[in-house]
Write a protein that binds this ligand. Structure first.
Ligand code: 8YV
Length: 314
């Protein structure tokens, strides 16, 4: 019989079909009464297949006494209670590398869209204002400007690689200077990095230590002409401080792919003209999601074959 896998969220059909061929999937996200559902199948569950933003809480982990592995469809593991996993020797895997390029691409695309007013300009053409009123208001230059990257991991580094093509002056902040980034400026303090930057990218793996690392001080240091781009996790930014700064013009603009309480985002965002809103889609290409699904399955297969996991979370 197939191992029982608790599935926390939906996957595209081409990920779902091969997964259900190998495992007895129990679809948590479809259950009307989640508690009753867990009470009924929890003891049979040997693995959890989840998504980056959904993770697995202590409550869910505790409802599965025979759980061996949590396989995340996503690189971020902040939504999985790692402490609860450690206590019981439950292994956790994620999908690094395969999504790095896509996340960097979208971050850069968001910068371009905000600075050059691409979304508003498109509406200007489509709405007939070009013909009726004339040219679109002038926008801001990107090439040659100063960029800051908060978190120079895999994704942050790929953002830097792309920004080099725009001739940008690139600085970054991380826990320590990186030997693979000798030609970039290291500025340890996030406030100093923001002060130095015209565009600030947040590409940090989220944890309790990084919570609200982009606080009011960082936002104000970026300033009224600055643009903040977030393709990491909402928890890295103090969202209340961000909204207030966008409302008062203490921050120029923001481009966000992630939000507190997504997809029920703070409705004040919808009223702001100086924010670009994306539906947590930075890794959302067919190519990457296929690779992520394959890695989820390969980690599950390795585990059940007693082989080393491909991408264990450290
Ligand atoms: C999501 C992500 O996992 O990689 C991550 O950490 O947040 C995303 O790639 C994706 O939306 C699939 O759930």
């Amino acid at each position: 019989s197939k191992p029982v896998v608790l599935q926390m969220g939906a996957y595209p059909e081409w990920n779902e079909v091969p997964l259900s061929a190998q495992y007895d999937l129990r679809r948590y996200f479809e259950a009307a009464d989640k508690e009753a559902f867990l009470a009924e199948c929890g003891a049979e569950v040997r693995a959890i297949a989840t998504r980056g933003e959904l993770g697995a809480s202590r409550k869910i982990i505790e409802a599965c006494p025979n759980l061996e592995l949590i396989s995340i469809y996503g690189v971020g593991f902040d939504a999985v209670d790692l402490e609860a996993c450690r206590e019981r020797g439950i292994q956790v895997t994620n999908t690094p590398d395969v999504l790095t390029g896509d996340v960097a691409d979208l971050g850069v695309a968001m910068m371009l869209a905000v600075a050059r007013g691409i979304v508003g300009a498109e509406a200007w053409v489509r709405g007939g204002q070009w013909a009726a009123k004339g040219n679109y208001p002038l926008q801001r230059r990107i090439w040659g400007k100063k960029a800051g990257i908060l978190g120079l991991g895999r994704i942050g580094f790929e953002i830097a690689q792309r920004l080099r093509g725009f001739g940008m002056d690139i600085a970054y902040s991380d826990v320590a200077a990186k030997d693979y980034a000798a030609d970039l400026t290291f500025i340890a303090d996030p406030v100093a990095l923001a002060r130095h930057s015209e565009f600030l990218f947040v590409a940090l793996a989220a944890s309790g230590q990084t919570r609200h690392i982009v606080n009011r001080e960082v936002i104000e240091a970026l300033g009224p002409e600055g643009v903040l781009v977030n393709v990491s996790r909402a928890s890295n930014i103090d969202e209340a401080a961000l909204i207030a700064a966008l409302q008062d013009g203490r921050l120029g603009a923001a481009a966000l792919d992630v939000f507190d309480n997504e997809p029920q985002i703070d409705p004040r965002f919808l009223e702001l003209p100086n924010v670009l809103l994306q539906p947590h889609q930075a890794s959302g290409t067919v190519e990457t999601r296929k690779a992520m699904g394959e890695l989820v399955r390969n980690n599950l297969a390795a585990h059940f074959a007693g082989q080393p996991l491909l991408t264990p979370v450290v």
